[in-house]
Ligand binder design. Sequence first.
Ligand code: FE2
Length: 383
Amino acid sequence: MGMTSRWIDTRTSNETVPDPLAISNWDHIEIYCDNARQAAHFYMWGFGFRPIAYRGPETGHRESASYVLAQGEIRLVLTSPLSPRHPIASQLLFHGDTVHSIALTVPHCEAYYHEAMLRGASSASAPCLLEDEHGQVKMASIRTYGDVQHPLVERGSYKGAFLPGFVPYERFFKVPSGLPNAGLTAIDHVVGNVELGAMQPWVDFYAKTLGFSQMQKFSDQDISTEYSALMSRVMADGSGKVKFPINEPAQGRRKSQIDEYLQFHQGPGVQHIALRTNDIISTVTSLRNQGIHFLRVPATYYDEVPKRVGEIKQDLMKVKELGILVDRDDEGYLLQLFTKPLQDRPTLFFELIQREGSRGFGIGNFKALFEAIEREQALRGNL
Ligand code: FE2
């Protein structure tokens, strides 16, 4: 395998680039799991991900095992520790299965890292050069809310299966035949839940430290039901590709869904990952067949849809039958649907989204959606 890694001697690197905080795209999302081998099965058979790479004891990596799954442009990395002394083990004990990192592909890893450091970011790891027979990758990592990190990945012309140190999945495992086609194409946005009072500081972090700008803001008036409320701001990078909504709980008559998350996750973290599809009808049909569970809005939700949303290309009967939500704004419309939590703790879930011109987040669905979440919260005894 011959994987090597070394710190980049930053005293000799005087790279100057016009836009050090440029981001090319999402790179991957790493989820810490109690049992990554079994979780991989769930994401493959439930959501149609394909296994592409592996790193573990068989590759000479003795501390943890990671499975890399891909679909469209999306890459998910599922990682489990192999001993209780590994730092991942204590994170799992606190958070349960949890998003550890939202990695970004950047054109200039060192320049990004140093600019972020100058602007007050906190380092998770300094720039490092990783190398194997397929080429070199530069990586560094900075901290964000909770225990979440943003690895910065400069891939250059790297040709391997994923990153140096990983081998193609089929070197040790058989790729199952008959995996479903779910039609997921890309990551759309990744949402963080933070404590009351922490939203603005994290908005400032993305704005001042990473050069993001605020795309949208929702107050507790926009996002409240009879029982609970939350506030949200959406931060986007210069390209508009990378979007990070950040939520905090707001005062309501009962416990906010964000409070429930914070309690079960033992602190801030990623609430949901929105994945894009070009055909949500076939995506949701496939996922429902594979046993994925979704939040349900009442059938009466669809009585208002024609008036609120107007003409859509999709068959409204199908949309209703599958429980898909629809919303419209000035630019177009969108269809979306939210899974139930992906693990026993009511923490991380997925959103599926099809955009037909709209760049929004489905504000017209918030009330129906949050009432659906509250019914689930009440079932769990947490409302
Ligand atoms: Fe979302």
